[in-house]
Design a protein around this ligand. Structure first.
Ligand code: SAM
Length: 278
């Protein structure tokens, strides 16, 4: 018998992946966690029936959410990752030698524990002495952290359930306060095709708080529509240009991809300029 996992990406669109084994299933205090093995994408993590990460395409998302903000900063030393319990973003952050502390504020301990067991190549940074794991709601955690971080990375689930408050004006205001004078915030901001309204709204909210706000894109095959967006709020540095050279090992990120990822298709440029989805 062939078993498949499905993510209903919109009421009219699903992604279906054939599985060969169910490796882990748990209803945690926050969500349903499922890890399956698949011929197409290797091991796959789902939270509440939504694809979060896969062995095959995880490198694109994790490299792009980490290296774009980190390379935009000349010397990032203290980094906060909110969400990101699979560990892929922490792994990439730790490749930067200037980083002496990365804190992971993840609401669900069970995601961290499952990743340690089933995704050791993602969670490898958890045992690094520069990594500190805090099991907490990111919204609460940053409240008393004024002036603490060079970079904040919001590597969250979709803006519903426990992640909804990570996309509010209150959260972004607190995040701005938690950044050092030249700090940079980046957040995953969903699909340019399916969630244009959400991207425009986030851009507007961040623009009222940060002097520099920019959007960049990367292809993620298993996310809805296959194209994903990230929104950056920066206090000083232009996030679309790497501010230093590096020699770290990557599979997707290059300095050229960094710059190119900020080149937007016309419909998105227009949506942001006119403040409405077209
Ligand atoms: N790359 C993924 C994506 O875009 O689909 C995100 C992966 S990561 C596993 C997302 C994590 O965010 C989950 O483990 C979830 O528990 C965590 N999360 C959701 N809301 C949170 C909150 N308010 N504070 C901290 N972590 C949160």
């Amino acid at each position: 018998m062939k078993l498949w996992v499905t993510e209903k990406q919109t009421p009219d669109l699903s992604l279906l992946i054939r599985t060969t084994a169910t490796l882990f299933r748990k209803s945690s205090n926050h969500q349903n966690i499922l890890i399956v093995d698949t011929p197409q994408y290797g091991k796959v993590l789902l939270l509440d029936n939504k694809f979060q990460t896969t062995d095959m395409d995880e490198f694109i998302y994790h490299e792009m959410i980490a290296h774009v903000p980190l390379y935009s900063h000349p010397a990032p030393s203290k980094v906060l990752v909110i969400g990101g319990g699979d560990g892929g973003t922490v792994r990439e952050v730790l490749k930067h030698q200037s980083v002496d502390l990365v804190e992971l504020a993840e609401i669900d301990r069970d995601v961290v524990e499952a990743s340690k067991k089933y995704f050791p190549h993602l969670s490898s940074g958890f045992s690094d002495h520069r990594c500190k794991i805090i099991i907490a709601d990111g919204v609460t955690y940053i409240k008393n952290m004024a002036g603490s971080y060079d970079i904040i990375i919001v590597d969250s689930t979709d803006p519903i359930g426990p992640a909804a408050n990570l996309f509010t004006e209150d959260f972004y205001t607190a995040a701005y306060a938690s950044l050092r004078a030249n700090g940079i915030l980046v957040s995953q901001t969903e699909s340019p095709f399916l969630h244009t309204d959400f991207i425009v709204k986030t851009n507007r909210t961040l623009s009222a708080i940060f002097p520099i706000v920019r959007l960049y894109l990367a292809p993620i095959p298993t996310y809805p529509s296959g194209l994903w967006s990230f929104t950056v709020g920066s206090k000083k540095y232009d996030p679309s240009v790497p501010s230093r050279k590096g020699a770290i090992a990557t599979k997707y990120y290059t300095p050229e991809i960094h710059k190119a990822s900020f080149v937007l298709p016309r419909f998105l440029e227009d949506a942001i300029r006119t403040n409405k989805a077209i």
